[in-house]
Write a protein that binds this ligand. Structure first.
Ligand code: WT7
Length: 698
């Protein structure tokens, strides 16, 4: 994998270049590009959008971007309220468009946008589009796991389906502010469920259907939903996964903890499993198809305040306990719609496919809300992108004439390993914009994606953002900028990225350091559910006055941003965020494990792989069987996607005299950079290092 090396090469490259003129602010860096001052440099690998593309683009030149960007920074209230006015509000927001305190020294962190404005995001996604004449436009093309299996819904049909479910939820007592957990695969019912909750003001918490029963239970216990929505089973590629039995186990676990969920509404996914083979608990379990279709196809909207919660989404942090990221309604709505429109240069004729699952933030903001707020036609795909073979994505692209294709570098890298013929035997001529998200995209994957998949004519929007940010933060506007493969380019409107040093000092011009954000933006998360203190401590205390992203970043002489990966104890496996502490605690719960330490290592396809050092209980011998049962422990407690790629037996772990594990040394051992171990003299027992090296290949 080249991305990490890429970033360090890049760093040394820009470090060796002459200093940027002093006082070079963001705008003057942008000007440098506009004036073409630095474009001649051979080291600059610039890829320009075609003239035809730029000519039709929403933002067609750097100048136009700079004008809009400047206004968004100088007059955020004016900029965002102009945009917000294009949505439907039952009542306009108060005098203040936004209010914020992002400085812990000045009191509690607080962010509000469009407070007092009364709206509903489901209304804006569906009713508003139907009223605007888009009722017969396809809202969702659903593509099943098996080629040839599919379905679709127009905007009016989708509205009716959403209303029926919303009416059911209301009927069983779900009210504004109540939590609803959704544990569904990529069936059409997943976005339907999200929208139905939003319609009645309920707070959805989608749990990715790859999470284990333990993880699901942990989330249920935290947010105490009245209802859980799931399905009996799903097929992904050749495998059948019995989701209902995972839910059953999770509900058992949570009721032991005093949280009992009254209703488990189960969609019968007949292509994967029959009703007869689905375990059932009468009184609690209800078949979706038995009840929902009986409800009326229209449902009054619950009007909510812009600052009322829309959803909770759990994500990993540097401790074992996942964080419930809370997004509210108004700002999130305005922000996801606007970022979607500009970053993908969205036109009403586009057909859009994002390969992410709605269980992650990408699926919230850019499968469901962002696109539907724009009245877009969205493809929802149930299956695995390499099933039945590596050409499946391009088959789907041709089938639905997809014009915007948004995916993750890990998928690009895995498809890249196969023969190009899987790509070239499909026409792909409908494509016009490509997108990437989840981790830095290494230049070689960028090029393959650009040259082969996009036939060298589709700009790539490499979008940097996070669960917490709600929407894109640093992203190309495809018609405006020449791109640099591997760089997420420039900030979106209203976003002020800053790079700070260890001490929290803002560094100007060409530099590298910690990526923070100054000021708020409408899509920002407002708190961590039930733990505002952790919200402040994690994000606003490390560098006072700023939001801290947890990412490292550099800015080159042209002002382009290059993300370099997490700087905390979070690893990024195939674009999925996993806390090392979560994996460690799963391993440590194995009766024969005394201690575990987990680090990320470069992985050719996944970006990072999970590498675990495990110390066994005294007297227990290493064995292949034990290795398997340790991995099984993690699959069971978190999910298959968090299974360690490697278990390294460790007679001891490198610790300081005060008992702190020195992960820096473990990372070097894991990546076999044994000459770069650095100073090990501060270890309580330096001989541990040799013992670990000796066991590297056992
Ligand atoms: C972390 C956020 C929101 C997208 C899905 C993941 C990494 C995300 C990029 C990108 C470099 C990226 C960061 C970030 N990341 N996109 N385009 N370039 N890094 O959301 O699970 O909240 O993870 O993903 O490290 O902090 P998430």
């Amino acid at each position: 994998l080249r991305n990490r090396k890429m970033s360090s090469n890049h760093l040394s490259h820009i470090e060796s270049m002459s200093q940027a003129p002093s006082g070079a602010g963001k705008i003057s860096q942008l000007n440098a590009v506009i004036l073409g001052e630095s474009l001649a440099s051979e080291e600059n690998d610039l890829v320009f959008p075609s003239k035809e593309f730029s000519a039709q683009a929403l933002v067609s030149s750097p100048q136009q971007y700079v004008e809009m960007y400047k206004r968004s920074i100088d007059d955020p209230a004016g900029f965002w309220s102009d945009i917000a006015s294009q949505f439907y509000w039952n009542q306009k927001w108060g005098d203040q468009v936004f209010s914020e305190n992002l400085d812990v020294r000045k009191g509690p962190i607080q962010i509000e946008w469009f407070k007092g404005g009364i709206t509903n995001i489901c209304y804006n996604c569906l009713d508003k589009n139907v009223e605007a004449g888009l009722g017969d436009k396809t809202a969702i093309y659903w593509e099943g796991n098996e080629p040839g299996v599919g379905a679709s819904s127009t905007y009016s049909e989708l509205l009716q389906q959403v209303c029926q479910l919303a009416n059911y939820l209301k009927d069983v007592g779900v009210k504004k502010g109540d939590a609803v957990v959704i544990y569904l695969p990529m069936l059409m019912e997943l976005p339907i469920a999200m929208l139905a909750c939003a319609r009645i003001g309920a707070v959805h918490s989608v749990v990715f259907a790859g999470f284990s029963a333990d993880s699901l239970a942990q989330r249920i216990i935290d947010c105490k939903p009245k209802v859980i929505l799931t399905c009996n089973a799903v097929k992904r590629g050749p495998k059948t996964i019995n989701l209902k039995s995972i839910v059953d186990a999770a509900l058992d676990l949570s009721s032991k903890d005093g949280v009992s969920v009254g209703i488990c509404l189960t969609y019968e996914n007949a292509s994967a499993e029959t009703r007869e083979n689905t375990k059932w608990k009468n009184g609690r379990d209800v078949w979706w198809q038995d009840v929902v279709p009986k409800y009326p196809t229209s449902c009054e909207v619950e009007w909510v305040d812009a600052e009322d919660p829309l959803f909770l989404l759990y994500t990993s942090g540097s401790t074992g306990k996942p964080k419930g990221v809370l997004h509210t309604t108004g700002g999130y709505m305005v922000y996801t719609a606007t970022t979607f429109k500009y970053a993908f240069d969205y036109k009403s004729t586009d057909v859009y496919w994002c390969t992410a699952d709605c269980g992650w933030i990408t699926g919230h903001s850019y499968v469901t809300y962002g696109p539907m707020l724009n009245g877009a036609t969205v493809v929802v795909f149930e299956g695995a992108p390499n099933y039945p073979d590596s050409g499946r994505c391009w088959e789907i692209v041709d089938k639905y004439k997809i014009s915007i294709f948004y995916t993750a570098p890990t998928l690009v890298r895995s498809l890249m390993r196969d023969d190009d013929k899987y790509v070239t035997r499909h026409s792909r001529k409908s494509l016009r914009v490509l997108g990437s998200v989840g981790e830095p995209i290494n230049p070689s994957a960028w090029r393959w994606f650009f040259n082969l998949v996009g036939d060298s004519k589709c700009p790539i929007s490499d979008t940097w953002w996070q669960t917490e940010t709600g929407g894109f933060m640093i992203t190309p506007l495809p018609g405006a900028w020449p791109q640099k493969p591997g760089s997420a380019t420039f900030p979106f409107f209203g976003v002020q990225p800053v790079i700070v040093d260890e001490k929290g000092n803002e560094i100007e011009g060409e530099c590298s350091g910690y990526l923070c954000v100054k000021g708020s933006w409408p899509g920002a998360f407002r708190t961590l559910f039930g733990d505002h203190e952790r919200y402040e401590t994690t994000y606003f205390k490390p560098f006072e006055g700023y939001y801290f992203s947890g990412d490292g970043c550099s800015r080159d002489k042209d002002g382009y941003y290059w993300l370099t990966g997490r700087v905390d104890d979070v690893i990024n496996v195939s674009g999925h965020r996993i806390g090392t502490a979560e994996v460690e605690s799963a391993l440590a719960s194995h009766p024969q494990c005394a201690e575990a330490a987990v680090v990320g290592v470069e992985h050719e396809v996944k970006g990072q792989g999970i590498y675990a050092f495990v110390t066994l209980v005294e007297g227990v011998p290493y064995s292949e069987e034990l290795r398997k049962s340790l991995v099984f422990m993690v699959r069971n407690q978190i999910g298959a996607f968090a299974a360690p790629d490697r278990i390294h037996w460790a007679p001891g772990l490198p610790k300081t005299r005060s008992g702190k594990i020195m992960r820096r040394i473990l990372r070097k051992i894991a990546s076999r950079q044994l000459e770069e171990l650095g100073d090990i003299s501060t270890l309580a027992d330096p001989s541990v290092v040799d013992q670990l090296i000796a066991l590297a290949d056992v």
